[in-house]
Design a protein around this ligand. Structure first.
Ligand code: PAF
Length: 281
């Protein structure tokens, strides 16, 4: 696996794949790679002959007081994991490569980016959309792979790609979980042993709510109440948000009469964990 950090080196490596007639799949990441990321690489390998992965902790998607400074960074360990996973090219740019002096563009995807996480983390999805648009423009992949754990991010990227007519297929890979159900996340590294023990209660509460739906409940208000009740049994987690939305538009629903996303965030100490399930329709 080759590592590059400049745009000309990235472009020339991708051009050499194209000259050989290879399709290119792209997995954007912020590093601190875990099995969830490696599953995205695996999906990318199935989709194309060459796999490009980026590692860039994007300052534009962190709000004031969020964890940009302490976000885990270990490029050497990440590169080794990617090599073992069969990635072909790692693009690890510095901030001034991604945002050179004079960079003035912000991409705002109205609608899907504005509720839920977008409302609670102002500017977050503008930062995501801006960096993803730039990365797609630099790599020019045939396929880009994102993880379902960040469901609203996936919806934002799909809207961005459709609206701008970008010639890339967006694939969404299922969430990879620890054996106790906790969704894999780079932020799990922040959890103390006690918080780590409590954390799987988030997925359990999502599944319990899905079960309430399976047993016949269709009203959003009742399902959200069931979720709050279930998460309330784990006193070490503090509920931050819970939303039941149309799985495509990310708009709140009153009843489950189509595929819906139940997405929630909890705080375990200083760490904010998110997860979701899709059901209905
Ligand atoms: O999901 C992430 O890791 C990031 O939001 C992404 C897509 C790499 C953009 O910085």
């Amino acid at each position: 696996m080759k590592t590059v950090s400049t745009v000309p080196d990235l472009r020339s490596a991708v051009a050499s794949y194209r000259e050989k007639g290879q399709r290119v799949a792209f997995v954007p990441t912020m590093g601190a790679l875990h099995a969830g990321h490696l599953a995205l690489v695996e999906q990318a390998r199935r989709a194309a002959g060459k796999v490009v992965v980026s590692i860039f902790v994007n300052p534009k998607q962190f709000g004031p007081g969020e964890d940009f400074e302490r976000y885990p960074r270990d490029l050497a360990a990440d590169a080794e994991k990617l090599r073992e996973a069969g990635a072909d090219l790692l693009f690890a740019p510095a901030v001034d490569v991604m945002y050179p002096p004079g960079f003035s563009t912000t991409v705002h995807v109205a609608g899907v980016s504005e509720g839920m996480e977008g409302a609670r983390r102002p500017g977050h999805f503008d930062g995501v959309a801006t960096v993803v648009a730039r990365l797609l423009g630099l790599v020019l992949p045939d396929v880009a792979v994102f993880g379902q754990k960040d469901a609203q991010q996936c919806a934002v990227v799909m809207r961005l790609v459709a609206d701008l007519g970008l010639p890339v297929e967006v694939l969404v890979a299922p969430t990879v979980r620890e054996s106790d159900g906790l969704a894999m996340s780079s932020r799990n590294a922040y959890l103390s042993p006690e918080e780590r023990k409590a954390a799987p209660a988030l997925f359990r509460a999502l599944l319990a709510t899905q079960l309430v739906h399976e047993l016949g409940e269709r009203k959003a208000e009742k399902l959200l109440a069931a979720f709050r009740l279930a998460i309330g049994t784990e006193l070490r987690l503090e509920l931050d948000s819970a939303d039941l939305v149309d799985a495509a538009t990310m708009r709140p629903v009153e009843k489950v009469d189509r595929p819906v996303l139940l997405a929630a965030a909890v705080r375990a100490g200083r760490t904010r964990l998110i997860d979701n399930v899709v059901f209905g329709g």
